[in-house]
Design a protein around this ligand. Structure first.
Ligand SMILES: [Zn+2]
Length: 173
């Protein structure tokens, strides 16, 4: 959809959300991210895999936790993505027929991006989405209370956080 039309439809609440996720998948995944912080002693994160629908919306279908792909990913307390983990990720994507829709990681406090979050997108390609969950993901944070950032390339990001469920919609399916 061209961007003027989608902006217009967004104003009147008719644009399809950029990303959707079944409520059960979101709640289970976010709960698991909170658990993997080990009572808030380290950050955790996941690749969010899924598919693109014909209307352009991307469906999140599965959380793939960083520490499952790379046992050392959480070792320093801050999420560290190592190149060596990527072949394992592509293998999972191929086996499922999914792509990487977005990534998500938790913060101890608020959901603003850190300097290193801005400097090092997990997937360094324009259009990639990074979610940040506050307070070590305690209480299963939802759209409207989480960070939602789109990488635009060349170190630039767009902050969609205030769009809430118009950007990331949790559904029942
Ligand atoms: Zn961060």
């Amino acid at each position: 959809m061209n961007s003027f039309l989608s902006t217009l439809l967004g104003w009147v609440g008719l644009a399809p959300p950029r990303i959707t996720c079944a409520r059960r998948v979101w709640q289970t995944g976010v709960h698991e991210l909170a658990r993997r912080t080990r009572n808030g002693t380290r950050e955790s994160g996941a690749y969010l895999l899924g598919r693109r629908r014909q209307n352009g919306t991307h469906d999140i279908l599965e959380f793939v936790f960083y520490d499952d792909v790379d046992p050392k990913a959480l070792a320093t307390g801050i999420v560290t993505i190592r190149e060596t983990a990527l072949p394992r990720l592509w293998e999972i994507c191929r086996a499922r027929g999914y792509g990487v829709v977005a990534d998500v990681h938790v913060h101890p406090g608020g959901y603003g991006q850190s300097a290193s979050d801005r400097a090092g997108p997990v997937m360094p390609r324009a259009g990639h989405i990074a979610f940040i969950l506050p307070n070590f993901a305690r209480g299963t944070p939802k759209p409207g209370a989480i960070g939602m950032y789109e990488f635009l390339g060349e170190g630039r990001w767009h902050d969609h956080s205030r769009s809430g469920t118009r950007f990331l919609k949790l559904g029942w399916s």
